[in-house]
Structures are given as structure tokens and as C-alpha cells.
Design a protein around this ligand. Structure first.
Ligand SMILES: C[S@@+](CC[C@H](N)C(=O)[O-])C[C@H]1O[C@@H](n2cnc3c(N)ncnc32)[C@H](O)[C@@H]1O
Length: 204
């Protein structure tokens, strides 16, 4: 991992992901989450205040020790027990059917082998479990999509692997999950290439 990824990017990430457009979506997505929860790509811990009391335990994974340093101060205020592991979402050590819910907020864009990570998410969900996600992704507007394809190589460098042009609903369906709720919208205050959001819930 580069010095930029470990020491500079975490501070940029914390600032960007604290913006109101993201906070509103976190509140909406996480309101109904319950039980034993796994969060993939915990980042700097900005979801922690939005988990309802129905969450019994939280297990979090991320690959960047720099972001976890910033998450630590937020974890001190957590209302539920939290376990953190510095591991990749593509290869989870948890047994099959371990979690009532898996959460990903703007993480599928950054995982290199997102197809494998989605298969892992499906594997660790209990049969009645739910996958809660909100992601920025490929715009239905062809002009914006063209720029997303052009800018993704640069975005991957400055935003630590983030792709602007992933079609998350297709990726989730290809992993064998069924989207049961979805909402797509343009987030206010973000550049067009990063503003098209998909928020939803899928079952395994
Ligand atoms: C854009 S940030 C979002 C952070 C956080 N989910 C949020 O909502 O603020 C993407 C996160 O995914 C993490 N990440 C990237 N690749 C990963 C992987 N293979 N497995 C787990 N996390 C990963 C990054 O380190 C980063 O913390």
C-alpha cells in the first residue's frame, strides 16, 4: 500500500464522505438494519452513528490501516459490540450464513475483484439475510457515462481504486442476489460523474 493511500487518502475520504449528500443516504439506508451485521469497507466509521438499536453486533472489514486509525475515535462511541478485521472483502474468513445483514456504503466501487466480494457477501448472509447497499455508479445518461469511462483510470489513482463506471445492480444480480428494494437518484452537490446513486436492499 502506498504512503498516499495509507496517510493522505484517509483524511480526504473522511472529509468527502462526511458531506451532507452522503449523510442523508446513510440515514435512509441504515434505519431498518437489524441483528448481527457485517460492514464491508468500514472506512473512517461514518456509519456508526446511524445504526439503530436493533443492531446486536457489528463486524467490520477494511483493507486500509490508515482509515481504521481514523475510525477508532468513532468506535469508542459505538452502542453495540464492534469487531474490526484488516482483511479484504473478496476473501472473508467468516463461516457461511453468519450474518443477518451485510452493509456496503460506497465500497463496491473500490473493491478490485468486486464479483468475488459479492459472492462472499451472499455466502455469509443467513438464508433470510439482507444486503443493504448504497453506491455511486454508471449513469443512465450516455454523455455522463462516457465521461465516467474516460475518468475512471484517473479516479482510481486519486481515490484509491474507486471506479466511477460500475453497474452495481447488474453486479449484484450476477452474484445471485435479488434486489427487493431500490431507489436511484442524483445526489446534490456532487460532480455529475459521481452523483448517480443506487440505494437498495437485496436478498440472497
Ligand atoms: C469510498 S470508501 C467508503 C468508506 C465507507 N464505507 C463510507 O461509507 O464512508 C471505500 C472503502 O472501501 C475500502 N476497501 C477497498 N478495497 C477493499 C476490499 N478489497 N475489501 C474491503 N474494503 C475495501 C477502502 O479502504 C475504503 O475504506
Amino acid at each position: 500500500m502506498s504512503l498516499y493511500s495509507r496517510h493522505v487518502f484517509p483524511h480526504l475520504l473522511d472529509w468527502l464522505m462526511s458531506q451532507p449528500a452522503f449523510t442523508l443516504a446513510r440515514e435512509e439506508l441504515l434505519a431498518e438494519v437489524a441483528g448481527d451485521v457485517l460492514e464491508i469497507g468500514f472506512g473512517t466509521g461514518l456509519n456508526i452513528d446511524h445504526y439503530p438499536d436493533s443492531v446486536i453486533s457489528l463486524t467490520t472489514v477494511d483493507v486500509n490501516p490508515g482509515v481504521h486509525q481514523l475510525a477508532k475515535k468513532r468506535l469508542e462511541k459505538a452502542r453495540m459490540p464492534v469487531k474490526f478485521a484488516l482483511i479484504s472483502g473478496e476473501n472473508l474468513p467468516m463461516p457461511d450464513a453468519s450474518f443477518d445483514a451485510v452493509v456496503s456504503t460506497w465500497t463496491l466501487c473500490s473493491i478490485p475483484d468486486v464479483e468475488s466480494a459479492l459472492l462472499e457477501i451472499r455466502r455469509v448472509l443467513k438464508p433470510e439475510g439482507r444486503f443493504y447497499f448504497v453506491e455511486h455508479g454508471l449513469s443512465p445518461d450516455s454523455g455522463t457515462a462516457r465521461w465516467q469511462h474516460r475518468l475512471t483510470p484517473v479516479q482510481k489513482i486519486i481515490a484509491d481504486g474507486c471506479h466511477l463506471n460500475r453497474d452495481h445492480l447488474t453486479l449484484i444480480a450476477n452474484a445471485g442476489m435479488t434486489v427487493i428494494e431500490k431507489k436511484q437518484f442524483l445526489a446534490q452537490g456532487l460532480p455529475a460523474v459521481g452523483a448517480f446513486m443506487t440505494l437498495g436492499v437485496a436478498t440472497r
